[in-house]
Design a protein around this ligand. Structure first.
Ligand code: HMG
Ligand code: MG
Length: 315
């Protein structure tokens, strides 16, 4: 059984990539079943043990909007924080921030939309009024010493409006960074981006911001483009990549959103390229298999499937 990829370095790539794990949040928010809180806590602990240094743990959104994560407070009580590991949570508004502060959160992520329709569907706001919601959240979070990440969803296209103009994403992204967010994660919520589009967007943002240092990418794999898009982003200088254990995930308010880029598939590619991640691939695969058993369905990750079933291959 081939358990690790052959390592052959390629030029023009970063030496090290930070994998920003979103499985407990993006992954579990879209599951038909609500996972028991003790299983979630064990999931987060396993991710930290596998080497993850940033684990997006849950959301303080309206519990009626995302009932799968209604146990956010209880989960945070149960998670044993490992020194050196960050446990960000999603926060849309001041009510969410109040709840996060009550539970000792040190890092939050706000999530904006690049399109009008999705701002309305996901946040009950217009494209413009979402900023009025985020401004006091970021100001108060920074005042309390928290780090704030910002997502932009629907960066490449959305199911209602078609392709998203690059200039529109640049404008939304710049405004979020100007609020004081440390990083901008470019969300392909419905997985419609292809590598040329990814390069065009990152080049436009890099030109506007003066470099790729504050950019991260967040690809859903609906059309099988997530790895190709990630490699493109790495070649453009991005070094933070969002991924989800076993490729689970999706947004309940985005039609046709399916799973995220699978962490194991990403790590297989990165280690094959000689890019360091600090992650232990066998532990990740074991955790995915464990989680798939709890979710009652096989992991969508190709690497998890291959390591589970592949015939012997010479290492
Ligand atoms: P709203 O209905 O406009 O809220 O929802 P509101 O401000 O009018 O408040 C209505 C009531 O809700 C009030 O209670 C608030 O206190 C309460 P009342 O006074 O009537 O008793 N409330 C809350 N309660 C608990 N926690 C809160 C909260 N906020 C208000 N945080 C809202 C606006 C933003 C809250 C709603 O639209 C919402 O929760 N949306 C979240 C949707 C979501 O979580 N989507 C998935 C995550 S985004 C994603 O997956 C994309 C991403 O992965 C990137 C990518 O893939 O592109 C990040
Ligand atoms: Mg997502």
């Amino acid at each position: 059984m081939m358990r690790e990829p052959y390592r052959i370095e390629a030029r023009g790539l970063p030496e090290r990539v930070t994998v920003y794990e979103v499985g407990p949040r993006d992954g579990l928010q879209n599951e038909a079943v609500t996972v028991p809180v003790e299983v979630k806590a064990e999931f987060v602990a396993r991710l930290a043990a596998a080497g993850h240094r940033v684990i997006e743990t849950t959301s303080f959104v309206h519990p009626k909007w995302v009932p799968q994560l209604a146990d956010a407070a209880e989960l945070l009580e149960r998670v044993e924080r490992v020194p050196g590991v960050r446990y960000p949570v999603l926060v849309p508004n001041e009510r969410g921030l109040d709840r996060a502060l009550e539970h000792g959160v040190e890092e939050i992520a706000i999530f904006a939309s690049a399109t009008e329709t999705f701002a309305n569907r996901n946040l009950n706001r217009t494209l413009e009024s979402q900023f009025e919601m985020f401004e006091p959240v970021v100001a108060r979070a920074l005042g309390n010493g928290l780090r704030v990440r910002a997502y932009v969803s629907m960066c490449f296209g959305d199911p209602w409006e078609g392709p998203t103009p690059v200039a529109q994403v640049v404008s939304v992204g710049r405004r979020l960074l100007e609020l004081g967010c440390y990083e901008l994660s470019l969300g392909d919520t419905v997985g419609v981006g292809t590598p040329g589009h990814v390069a065009a967007l990152i080049e436009a943002l890099t030109g506007d911001l003066g470099g790729p240092e504050r950019l991260a990418v967040h690809f859903h794999d609906t059309y099988g483009q997530a790895l190709a898009n990630t490699l493109t982003a790495l070649r453009e200088g991005v070094t933070v990549v969002d991924a989800s254990t076993g490729g689970i995930g999706g947004c309940p308010y985005a039609e046709s959103a399916t799973g995220n880029l699978a962490t194991e598939d990403l790590v297989w590619m990165l280690h094959g390229l000689g890019v360091e991640t600090g992650l232990d691939l066998p532990s990740l695969v074991e955790t995915s298999t464990w989680l798939a058993e709890r979710l009652g369905r096989p992991s969508p990750s190709r690497v998890v499937q291959a390591l589970g079933t592949a015939p012997d291959v010479k290492e």
